[in-house]
Design a protein around this ligand. Structure first.
Ligand SMILES: [Zn+2]
Length: 120
């Protein structure tokens, strides 16, 4: 591969490539994902929003779209050398939290019945 020129990226700080859509973006806009193990010592993908975990990391836009793309392409096992059947459940949960924080669910589940309490 030829060396790409990076002089056309005005974003401050480090720039990373999203493993989902392959677009470059500031590292601060991407979610870093690292390889870890769960309680049963199986390989899992772990979200690293503060980008402090040591070792290899892969970056992805914190959206379902890019996450699904990356999973379908097996981008994480390739980038992290973590093995093919690595679980992404922790990252999925993290993304779900992020996305629901941005868009709270409409329609509250709580509905009180305030009718007919005092009849007869
Ligand atoms: Zn992306």
């Amino acid at each position: 591969m030829a060396v790409a020129t990076t002089s056309d990226t005005p974003a401050p700080g480090p720039v990373r490539t999203c493993v989902g859509c392959r677009a470059r973006a500031a590292a601060s806009e991407l979610l870093r994902v690292v390889a870890g193990t769960d309680a049963e010592d199986r390989a899992v993908l772990v979200p690293d929003p503060h980008r402090r975990a040591p070792g290899r990391g892969a970056h992805v836009h914190p959206t379902q779209e890019c996450w699904q793309l990356a999973v379908r392409r097996r981008a994480f096992p390739r980038a992290l050398r973590s093995g093919d059947n690595v679980s992404g459940a922790q990252v999925e949960a993290h993304l779900r939290d992020l996305l629901t924080a941005h868009a709270p669910p409409s329609g509250s589940p709580q509905h009180r019945t305030e009718t007919g309490a005092h009849s007869s």
